[in-house]
Design a protein around this ligand. Structure first.
Ligand SMILES: Cc1ncc(COP(=O)(O)O)c(C=O)c1O
Length: 390
């Protein structure tokens, strides 16, 4: 049976290819160290697990939840936004729960994109922005993220006819994969652009709490007028080591939040209520766990940067995310460098071209691996690669 065009048009999921490569090496008996997928290695804080345990025992939580989330969960999200960013949200109309931010990111295109419409997508970028666009029948217009622009898209270089055809724009800061951050001045430009061309801005703020060296990431919604043109995606995954729990939210423009909620009510039945209670606990409980997590990633970041710089790189330390984005040495492509490291050192890194054509010539290292294993991976890289040139 022939698959539908929308599924045939999907690019292969980046990590599926990497997982196959890892499996082959493991079968051959190699002790593979993966610096590939970004998935926190330390556990969810205890007080959050305890809340789940309590809530899971209440039969009221065993029934279908609401697709848009319990009001108490949405209130907790709104209160967190007020505390953290000074952004006021109406929990009834401007907050919707998600089965992880990935779910909302993939579904928002279904709300706004008709076949033939364009979506502005960062390149390199999180692959789901394009995947969701393709599933809705749209096409992605890639906004290159270049080092000379601080890995921010150059809005002035987007052709007028493209901007007029675009329905959505995805942006993501702190940024996966580049680790770049954006300030309110950039978000102001985005609001202006979106108003001019009637585009819904979808800011993915999944890493807003994973920041270092005193840097505090702003919310897109802090900018005046942002709520008129945009929503922000967020989740508990990275902040509280809850990737497996599948809980997040979208906030902002009430019409877009309503559209996403209506779409979701036709697809899923919301997040298990016991997980929503645990989510409330995460947002309202002690926040020192987040600081400890960021300190841990900062230590690992420094290890990676110091090792690579010793070998000939000239990298500065990213202010956010748990990724290091670096150019491949002279003589390599992204793919050949990834293959070289897995063949020679048994170390998996992510080839940058998996995040878009502008990722070619780069690779990404994830810091979500126990420090001892990270040290071993770095030793192996040093041993098998030696000094490099660019
Ligand atoms: C940029 C970005 N956005 C969103 C997500 C999805 O996170 P979740 O669905 O767990 O909230 C990820 C996960 O890796 C990500 O890197």
């Amino acid at each position: 049976m022939l698959e539908a065009t929308r599924v045939r048009n999907l690019p292969p999921y980046l990590f599926a290819r990497i997982e196959r490569l890892i499996a082959e090496k493991k079968e051959a008996g190699v002790d593979v160290i993966s610096l590939g997928i970004g998935d926190p290695d330390t556990p969810t804080p205890k007080h959050i697990i305890e809340e789940l345990y309590l809530a899971a025992q209440n039969p009221e939580n065993h029934q279908y939840p609401s697709s848009v989330g319990m009001l108490s969960y949405r209130q907790a999200v709104a209160a967190w936004y007020a505390r953290r960013f000074g952004v006021q949200l109406d929990p009834k109309t401007e907050v919707v729960s998600l089965l992880g931010s990935k779910e909302g990111i993939a579904h928002i295109s279904w709300c706004y994109v008709d076949p033939g419409d364009l979506v502005l997508v960062p390149d390199p970028g999180y692959p789901v922005y394009e995947g969701g666009t393709i599933l809705a029948g749209g096409a992605a217009y890639k906004m290159p993220l270049k080092p000379e622009n601080g890995f921010l898209p150059d809005l002035d270089s987007i052709p007028e006819e493209v901007a007029r055809k675009a329905k959505l724009m995805f942006i993501n800061y702190p940024n996966n994969p580049t680790g770049a951050v954006a300030d309110l001045g950039f978000f102001e430009k985005v609001v202006h652009f979106a108003k001019k061309y009637e585009i819904l801005v979808c800011h993915d703020a999944a890493y807003s709490e994973i920041t270092f060296d005193g840097y505090i990431a702003p919310s897109f919604l802090e900018v005046k007028g942002a709520k008129d043109v945009g929503i922000e995606f967020h989740s508990l995954s990275k902040t509280y080591n809850m990737t497996g729990w599948r809980i997040g939210w979208a906030v902002g423009n009430a019409k877009a939040i309503d559209a996403l909620g209506r779409l979701k009510s036709n697809i899923d039945s919301g997040v298990f209520q016991a997980i929503q209670y645990a989510g409330i606990k995460a947002l309202e409980g002690p926040q020192d766990v987040v600081k400890e997590l960021c300190d841990l990633y900062a230590q690992r970041r420094d290890l990676v940067i110091e090792t690579l710089n010793k070998l000939g790189w000239n990298l500065s330390k990213p202010k956010g995310t748990f990724y290091i984005w670096a150019p491949v040495p002279k003589g390599f492509t992204s793919a050949s460098f990834a293959e070289y490291l897995i063949e020679k050192a048994g170390v998996v890194i992510t080839p940058g071209n998996g995040y878009g054509t502008n990722g070619e010539g780069y690779f990404r290292i994830s810091l979500t691996i126990p420090t001892s294993r990270l040290k071993e991976a770095l030793q192996r890289i040093e041993q098998h690669l030696g000094k490099v040139e660019f």
